[in-house]
Design a binder for this molecule. Sequence first.
Ligand SMILES: *[C@@H]1O[C@H](CO)[C@@H](O)[C@H](O)[C@H]1NC(C)=O
Ligand SMILES: *[C@@H]1O[C@H](CO)[C@@H](O)[C@H](O)[C@H]1NC(C)=O
Ligand SMILES: *[C@@H]1O[C@H](CO)[C@@H](O)[C@H](O)[C@H]1NC(C)=O
Ligand SMILES: *[C@@H]1O[C@H](CO)[C@@H](O)[C@H](O)[C@H]1NC(C)=O
Ligand SMILES: *[C@@H]1O[C@H](CO)[C@@H](O)[C@H](O)[C@H]1NC(C)=O
Ligand SMILES: *[C@@H]1O[C@H](CO)[C@@H](O)[C@H](O)[C@H]1NC(C)=O
Ligand SMILES: *[C@@H]1O[C@H](CO)[C@@H](O)[C@H](O)[C@H]1NC(C)=O
Ligand SMILES: *[C@@H]1O[C@H](CO)[C@@H](O)[C@H](O)[C@H]1NC(C)=O
Ligand SMILES: *[C@@H]1O[C@H](CO)[C@@H](O)[C@H](O)[C@H]1NC(C)=O
Length: 753
Amino acid sequence: MQACALYLVLLALSVPVQIYCQKKVDKRWITAQRNTSWSSQLSRPSGFVSRAQYRLKKRVGGFKPSVTCSNYLGLPYLENIRRSRYSICGSTPLAHLDDDNILCKQQSACLSAIDCFTAPFARHGNSTRASISLCRSQNLVLDSCKFLKNEREDILLKNFPLPEFGSVKVACALVNVTSAAKLTKELHWLQNIHHDVWWGNATQDSPTVFQACSPNSSTLVTTPTMFVMRDRHTSYVHEMEVVSMAFSFLAALDPKDVGVHGVQVVIADRSPVTSFLETWSRVSRPHQLRILASDPFPPNTCFRSAFHVYASAGGIGYNVNPDTVGCESPVVMGFSHWLRQLYGEGDSSARLLITPPSAEAVAGPAAEEAGVRGLHPPTGGIILKNVVWLSRRQLELVRLLLNASTSWISMRMVRNEAAVVAGVLSAVQEWNAESCLRQRFERTIKSEYALSLVNVNPVHGGAMNSARQTMNETDSTAAAGHRRNLQGFSQQQHYYPKLKRKEGLTRIDSTDIWPRRQMLQDASSGGCSSSGAGGGNTNDNGSGGGEGCNSVVGESRDGNDGDVNGEAGDGGGSSQSYIIGNNAIALDRLWELDNIINGGCRRTNVLFKFVEGDFSDESFNMQLQTIFRTGVLVGVHGAGLAHGFFMPPGQSAVLQLLGKSFAKVTASNIFRNMAANMGNYYEDVVYSDVDIDVTVLKAAAKRAMDFVARKVMELQMRRNGALRLVLVDQSHFSIVIPSEEQCPSNATLRALR
Ligand SMILES: *[C@@H]1O[C@H](CO)[C@@H](O)[C@H](O)[C@H]1NC(C)=O
Ligand SMILES: *[C@@H]1O[C@H](CO)[C@@H](O)[C@H](O)[C@H]1NC(C)=O
Ligand SMILES: *[C@@H]1O[C@H](CO)[C@@H](O)[C@H](O)[C@H]1NC(C)=O
Ligand SMILES: *[C@@H]1O[C@H](CO)[C@@H](O)[C@H](O)[C@H]1NC(C)=O
Ligand SMILES: *[C@@H]1O[C@H](CO)[C@@H](O)[C@H](O)[C@H]1NC(C)=O
Ligand SMILES: *[C@@H]1O[C@H](CO)[C@@H](O)[C@H](O)[C@H]1NC(C)=O
Ligand SMILES: *[C@@H]1O[C@H](CO)[C@@H](O)[C@H](O)[C@H]1NC(C)=O
Ligand SMILES: *[C@@H]1O[C@H](CO)[C@@H](O)[C@H](O)[C@H]1NC(C)=O
Ligand SMILES: *[C@@H]1O[C@H](CO)[C@@H](O)[C@H](O)[C@H]1NC(C)=O
């Protein structure tokens, strides 16, 4: 019995112990501990901050934040939180909790302690504000039912409990928080409602605490527990604020027990369930999120280690401080990476538990032989990023119909929303059309079409004979032909031996096999748009590779499919083609070519997709699936812009549309801060009157896309070197077979015997 309980304390729950203990301890009250990837990574927010700090320092130009930026949003911010410790019960700092949580070995040692912390005061309009705080307790006994029983009269505060006297019990002498806050100016923050709820009616009751917290107690919870009181359950941005606060406090205190065991989140307010609880339940993993009001703990449950979180304006997720609008913040970046990781959207610099297959492993030997390494799909291809227009149409309509609209809220109805949607959509299309990739397509499509009329590619069914014929006629596989098609190449002329190419059809794209010097020459003298292209069989040059404009790379030369490398297209020439393997294209070389032939086009492998984000009937998870792939978030000031925290830091953009009359509202700073702190692009798009100026918005959207595309590409190049497009096709891939270890051969088995 004693041994079993001690095991629980140590949280060393191997399976047999757990079964044994279940007989004695109601499993409902004890959260089983598991070692999972979640707890090992996500329960250490400090790791996310230090990785963000490291990345900032490592980049070109380094990271030299101002003192103000550091104090509010850098590592000193976390240090400031740590230093703000004020003990309101018991004199022992809770550091010894980190000492493997071995407390209450004897009943007489089951003392309680409560430490409270706050964050640096931030300017909020003309006042300063620091109402955010967190307390950490040890050996706290809670009677959930008494805690939640009474109702508050104040309509704005009715979601907060009004605990009965004695519903929170401790074994230490409590400071009168109200008078402490009144007496000492620096402790002003202790006055917020959160402290009133938890400590206003707490009592010292050592015998009860000793009993409930003893190692053999059946109501002892040893899993670290985080009690959360949400501020306003109807506002996503305020939900985000509380989560951000939990994050920064955990990052600051870096509690060892949470790092090892994770933390069970218990919602202690009395607001209804909202979709944002999904995020809290992910913070809680591997433990289950618990809602106190619908699933109370039994009377006198002892929490060995608990955190009490509450925020009301001021956390990094609701930062209205005008002094930090220009700051980049490793804390906010770490927060964003952590949020994404909660939903399985990996922080690429984080250690991944399952290494994703590299592009060469998927794409097969050709890519490998071409020296394409270190790519992780899909980073080798074309990156598609969403441009999301956040619509408030339905929400504001309901508000208006209910007469719930106040003047400043109703100003966020966009009268010309149809024009705005059309404008942003056309900005996206115009931007994409300037891409070199798209222009290549434009140049190729007409001739491809002409070819297809003569010889339909027998892909799915169709005339089998002609299919085989085709395959035999080429030296390489048919699949290679399809692939080239997709890459914007012309088909090999063997496919279409009888086709007489029309004058005027530009076929510049396959000049790759020429030595570049010659190619450049030809390009400047009209390229191969007409000359020789149709002939196909003409061997223009003795080097063995050149077959005119209409030839393919590499494999056609020596008829050895797959045996292609970066130099294959060069013939005897001195420079390289842009094809670096069957499955890969070097984009910088392709663009060099395009630039000469075509003049300016946008050198990018990033394209954008317009999404009309009317999320009013979409689940939170579905919304996030869109947001995770979003590069540019556009919307009128409102909580939907808080989605920006889920976008990848340093490579995203936010456009906040602000009616002139509320452009100067302090709350507008939330999203200015959010974007800048994450290293993202930000613009105010101010409009007067009720309609948004679509021309101004379009221009801003294009600047935002420019930024995102540039950053996405920089990041890719930093990680993987020069940009390449990699195509995973049906014929070039490595098959997966069990290893000798998994499926030993007879010989191995014999040897083992
Ligand atoms: C669980 O995690 C702790 C701390 O990271 C480690 O010491 C321990 O070995 C892990 N246990 C198992 C079974 O993986
Ligand atoms: C802030 O203070 C300044 C100077 O005291 C005053 O002019 C201004 O109106 C104040 N702004 C707000 C929003 O209270
Ligand atoms: C404390 O408890 C008493 C009675 O149980 C109640 O009337 C009072 O409102 C409570 N005060 C607080 C701050 O919770
Ligand atoms: C705490 O102090 C305030 C005023 O300083 C007082 O009104 C209140 O009764 C005190 N509370 C307790 C529990 O002593
Ligand atoms: C726990 O053990 C102590 C002796 O170590 C005993 O006095 C106490 O009654 C036990 N409590 C329970 C709940 O079994
Ligand atoms: C809203 O206000 C209008 C006029 O002020 C009134 O006619 C209407 O009944 C109100 N609607 C509701 C749902 O209260
Ligand atoms: C294709 O070529 C192979 C070997 O060269 C030959 O056996 C086969 O009959 C040919 N198929 C057709 C349809 O010509
Ligand atoms: C082949 O290329 C060489 C040098 O690149 C050039 O001098 C020669 O004229 C070319 N031959 C033909 C047939 O075009
Ligand atoms: C391996 O052994 C099994 C049974 O011992 C036999 O049926 C099988 O043919 C053997 N395979 C080879 C490749 O020798």
